[in-house]
Design a protein around this ligand. Structure first.
Ligand code: BDP
Length: 716
């Protein structure tokens, strides 16, 4: 490059702006300077950082705190190995110089990963103590303190005793070894086939680990549940080990999805039968090999006998036979098997019943290091489903919830959909498994049914995109999931508020509007896609746009093309009540009766459980058809409101992220209208009823809509 005046100008004047460009890559760990009064308040209270102990994790905690304090207040913390007034103290609880500040009971209550965050008297003043039984606890406590500083909270009288609700808090990456991501909408995989140089990749992994540690996620599955057997070759085990080395100091373990036929595919064994001696030996050896390189390896995630994946049933064996064989291989090393209950064949009479039917007979027959991983709903990550009836019913085998963060059925990374309300809805659903108050949360977090380890997982929405998740607001789903996995009782709007403050700004006018958008967003999606309990109205292969007319491959012939919504001239909805598929029987009383009866079934699940005539009188007094129209129109109105609210915030935050979100909201409204028109115009061919006069007319034509061919190439 020739060095001329032009480049000198760029260097001197433009570089600072390039450096400051907000591209979303820093997630919620931005540490931007706080308003002067808040910053000076913190400076008056905090001066030094005392680190009592030494470890890589403690260094990470201390570096992060220093970086945060400097960014937020403009002032650096002095470090010391002793503490005094105005110190932040990071200490293992075993250190004698802090032991007077808490009781043995308190220590016991925080366990292996929790922490005490407490203002303690020192000299004539005070200090902030973060103490824990482990380095991991200190790291989590440090991030909690950073969060308080970032969100402008008072820190002069701190008193928090925290421990996580779930033991294992995982992300599942559906990443293929060729670098593509199944149902990924934020670019290719950060784990596989990443051509950037080692330093860039390493930094990405460090930032990934920091982000996860900051919200309490402690495990990650690096490859797709539709697993390639290749992950178990020496080459890939070494690759897993390399990643594990980077993530370890952040208290983040790696896990692997495995393919049940691996012994056959990789080493030519005659069978993968889980009761065959050679097969058992093969898996034991594999487990030993893995633990030889990754001593803290978390375990296996398995999708078996589902959507064409191999499994024990191929050999006349059961899920329990398969899971227990793998569990025995991992047991000596302390690993777990997460065996998925997502089993599905569209030829079944009612797909919603299948997981329960296949798994309940084996409740109590699984080894103690097996956890059954159950999707939140009985079918498949729809914008709204009832909770899976396996929760509360499986009482002798630990069940864990699997959520989906990647928005496979909620508009990909084009739609703003804050998913924490959907997760909360699931956590708080009462299963009645042990009488009233047997919520899904309690049946999975170990408080109602004893389990060696409780666990929770979510399918990640992370890729190589600079902003990690494709949509700036999709980051909130990663954030909130981690926080809820730590404590499912956290309030949703609080979570949204803290994320907004950390990610954007502390300005109240921004926060209010944006939290409001977030809190309404999931319901908006439900309304313009699948209101009143409808589901699977999307195009079958890509899962993006509306195609209620599309045929489900392999479905029973008499149901084509309306396998799920069953729209016809006599009405709409899937009868899962006692007059239909009897899926309601899989729920405990009084829920079973509540769902069975169309009068008591909640409106939001009505068409999940009932097939009703178009002129059915709803609780609102409207006919079912009118109600459906209102929901679709309300959904679109919400997206327009989101646009207006966002536009009104122009100038408050950086132009880059403002414009990014503005553009996405525009797409969301366009696509919401597409959904509304496609679904209503199609259903109208059966209902033969008019769209109520006061609603605007559809702007599309059904034949035109049917011709839209969705192009997936823009989305991965
Ligand atoms: C479905 C996805 C499919 C996944 C499957 C699963 O469309 O790509 O493989 O779930 O969870 O929703 O295994």
């Amino acid at each position: 490059m020739k060095f001329n005046k032009y480049y000198l100008f760029c260097y001197l004047f433009c570089l600072p702006f390039w450096v400051m460009a907000e591209d979303g890559s820093e997630l919620w760990l931005r540490y931007e300077k706080l308003p002067e009064n808040v910053a000076s308040n913190y400076q008056n209270q905090i001066e030094t950082l005392a680190i009592l102990g030494q470890s890589q994790t403690l260094n990470i905690a201390s570096d992060e705190l220093q970086q945060a304090f400097l960014g937020l207040t403009g002032c650096s913390l002095k470090t010391d190995s002793k503490f005094g007034e105005r110190s932040i103290i990071l200490s293992l609880a075993s250190n004698k110089s802090v032991s007077q500040f808490f009781t043995k009971d308190e220590l016991r209550s925080v366990g292996d990963e929790g922490y005490l965050l407490r203002t303690i008297p020192v000299g004539k003043g005070s200090a902030i103590l973060i103490a824990a039984n482990t380095d991991a606890g200190i790291l989590y406590g440090t991030f909690e303190l950073i969060r308080l500083l970032q969100t402008g909270q008072p820190v002069y009288a701190l008193e928090k005793i925290e421990s996580p609700k779930y033991d294992l808090r995982l992300l599942n990456h559906w990443d293929n070894l060729d670098g593509t991501v199944e149902r990924g909408y934020a670019g290719h995989s950060i784990w596989w086939n990443y051509p950037k140089n080692d330093e860039v990749v390493l930094q990405r992994y460090v930032d990934y680990a920091r982000a996860n540690a900051s919200v309490g996620i402690n495990g990650t599955v690096l490859n797709n549940v539709n697993a390639s057997p290749q992950v178990l070759t020496d080459e890939y085990i070494r690759k897993f080990a390399k990643v594990a080395d980077v993530l370890r100091p952040y208290h983040l373990k790696v896990y692997m999805s495995v393919n049940f036929s691996s012994p056959v595919v990789l080493d030519g064994l005659a069978t993968a039968d889980p009761l065959n001696e050679e097969v058992i030996k093969w898996w034991k050896q594999k487990a030993d090999d893995i633990y030889g390189l990754i001593p803290d390896f978390g375990g296996f995630l398995v999708k078996a006998n589902s959507e064409g994946q191999p499994g024990p049933q191929d050999f006349g064996r059961t899920h329990a036979d398969g899971a227990n064989m793998l569990a025995a291989a991992l047991k000596p090393h302390g690993g777990v098997v997460m065996w998925r209950a997502f089993v599905y064949s569209p030829s079944d009479t009612d797909r919603a019943k299948q997981a329960y039917n296949e798994f309940m007979p084996f409740d109590g027959q699984f080894a103690d290091n097996v956890i059954i991983q159950v999707k939140n709903g009985p079918v498949d990550f729809q914008p709204r489903e009832p909770f899976s009836p396996l929760f509360g019913a499986m009482q002798q085998t630990p069940a864990m919830i699997e959520f989906q963060l990647t928005q496979e059925y909620l508009g990909f990374s084009n739609h703003l959909a804050y998913l924490a309300p959907m997760q909360k809805e699931c956590f708080e659903s009462d299963t009645w498994g042990k009488g009233k108050e047997s919520t899904v949360a309690k049946t999975t977090d170990g408080s109602l049914f004893a389990s060696e380890k409780s666990a929770i997982a979510a399918v990640a929405n992370i890729g190589r995109d600079t902003n990690w998740c494709g949509h700036q607001f999709a980051q909130a789903n990663w954030y909130a999931y981690g926080r809820l996995a730590w404590n499912h009782e956290l309030a949703l709007d609080e979570l949204a508020r803290e994320w907004v403050r950390m990610t954007f700004t502390l300005k109240p006018e921004f926060e209010q509007s944006v939290v409001d958008i977030m809190m309404r967003s999931r319901e908006a999606v439900v309304n313009y896609m699948t209101p009143l309990g409808l589901h699977h109205l999307m195009g079958w292969s890509h899962h993006h746009g509306p195609e209620p007319w599309c045929e489900v491959p392999g479905a029973r012939e008499d149901w084509l093309p309306s396998y799920f919504h069953k729209a016809s001239e006599d009405g709409i909805g899937f009868d899962r009540s006692e007059t239909g598929s009897k899926a309601t029987e899989q729920y405990f009383s009084p829920l079973k009766e509540l769902y069975n009866n169309k009068q008591t079934c909640p409106d939001e699940l009505l068409l999940w459980f009932h097939h009703l005539p178009w002129d059915y009188r709803m609780k609102s007094g409207k006919t079912l058809w009118e109600e459906l129209c209102y929901h679709y129109y309300a959904g679109v109105e919400e997206t327009r409101l989101f646009q207006q609210k966002w536009d009104a915030l122009d100038g408050i935050i950086d132009t880059e992220r403002f414009a990014h979100v503005q553009q996405k909201l525009k797409i969301q409204t366009t696509e919401a209208i597409w959904w509304r028109d496609a679904c209503l115009l199609y259903f109208q061919t059966f209902s033969k009823m008019p769209i109520p006069l006061e609603l605007e007319r559809p702007i599309h034509d059904l034949d035109e809509l049917k011709k839209i061919k969705f192009d997936m190439t823009h989305h991965n």
